[in-house]
Ligand binder design. Structure first.
Ligand SMILES: O=C(O)C[C@H]1C=CC(=O)O1
Length: 96
């Protein structure tokens, strides 16, 4: 099942730069692992914001929540989710 996910990150201003650097490094590792697994199909930066638009391919909302909550930056994210289904006019084979 495909989900459109928008994540907006707000880091507390009092986090030390070391903690922020560590969070971003571990987040990157986890994000890349999930992309290699095929569960995180697309990842785009929203220009001008500390936010991304992503497409996840998981079994359902339960797995999506599980996956998102493994992200190190999850406690600092506002997450918006929309379930997707195939558009009848799509010419792409991998839209389901
Ligand atoms: O930078 C972000 O948008 C937050 C998060 C999502 C992937 C990643 O590496 O960090």
């Amino acid at each position: 099942m495909l989900f459109h996910v928008e994540m907006t990150v707000s880091l507390p201003h009092d986090l030390s730069s070391d903690v922020v650097a560590e969070l971003k490094a571990t987040e990157r590792e986890r994000a890349q692992e999930l992309q290699r697994s095929g569960k995180w199909r697309h990842l785009w930066r929203v220009a001008g914001r500390y936010a991304n638009v992503s497409i996840f391919d998981v079994s359902g909302p339960g797995e999506l929540h599980e996956v998102l909550s493994t992200l190190p930056l999850f406690p600092f994210m506002d997450v918006k989710v929309a379930p997707l289904c195939r558009h009848p006019s799509s010419i792409r084979e991998d839209d389901t």
